[in-house]
Design a protein around this ligand. Structure first.
Ligand code: ZN
Length: 242
């Protein structure tokens, strides 16, 4: 969509994940098949991604790592392919805002080595603490040591014009963040896993436990308040119609 401010947002579908419903909904039974997105944002001062989708290795159905997890995948496309199919140049990506280091959100970072990864300090720190790695379900394969990390702490206005602001929404993981987008016309928050599906936004008590349940609930309430203020909340895994 084209906005008066010159911001263009393109949602990129990087694949589908089938998981136990209880991973997302408290006490849920059966399975859910959910889309996995990365979001490209073109701003007059540069191009960036919010999250980078599934790891390239998951395109291969025989990949060991993919088989070892209690998830199933289909339609997986790496971030470079997704960008190219949308007629976007991967080499122009200057920044990747990583909501958190789960494999379905940071899995494409390794293909974007020239980009600076913007991450909350608490999130990056947690990936270096073995106990948190275990508790949060990170896979250190998705961390690229040679990446230039821009480590932030709390709210961060990326281009210093109020249009793209990282919002701490901790709880799902130690330092999870969302992205608030304010253009001339549109108010939006890309929530990532602070709100995985729309149903949770309407009833926060449905949300399955995660790294820190209290913080997770606080973050969801923050999103609900923003929704009441007119922001469109885009859940991390709700189908967007593509
Ligand atoms: Zn997650």
């Amino acid at each position: 969509m084209k906005e008066p401010s010159g911001i263009v947002i393109t949602h990129l579908l990087t694949g589908w994940i089938t998981l136990n419903k209880s991973v997302v909904i408290q006490g849920g039974s059966g399975t859910l098949r959910l889309p996995v997105y990365a979001h490209h944002i073109s701003h007059p001062k540069g191009e960036l991604l919010f999250d980078s989708g599934l790891p390239q290795a998951f395109e291969d159905k025989n990949n060991q790592r993919r088989e070892n997890r209690s998830f199933r995948f289909d339609g997986v496309k790496n971030i470079v392919t997704c960008l190219e199919e949308a007629h976007l140049d991967p080499n122009r990506i200057q920044k990747v805002v990583t909501s958190h280091f789960h494999f379905d959100h940071a899995g494409g970072n390794s293909l974007l080595k020239n980009a600076t990864v913007i991450v909350q300090e608490k999130e990056l720190e947690a990936t270096r603490i073995p106990e948190f790695v275990e508790k949060s379900g990170y896979n250190t394969m998705d961390l690229v040591p040679e990446h230039n990390y821009q480590v932030i702490n709390g709210e961060f206005d990326i281009f210093n014009d109020g249009s793209l602001v990282c919002l701490p929404t901790h709880g799902h993981t130690a330092g999870h963040q969302s992205l608030q987008i304010l253009t001339g016309k549109e108010k939006m928050v890309l929530a990532s896993d602070a709100c995985q599906i729309k149903q949770i936004l309407n009833d926060e008590f449905l949300q399955a436990p995660s790294f820190d349940q209290e913080l997770q609930l606080e973050s969801l309430k923050k999103l609900q308040k923003l929704q009441a203020l007119g922001f469109v909340i885009v859940p991390g895994h709700e189908p967007l119609g593509n």
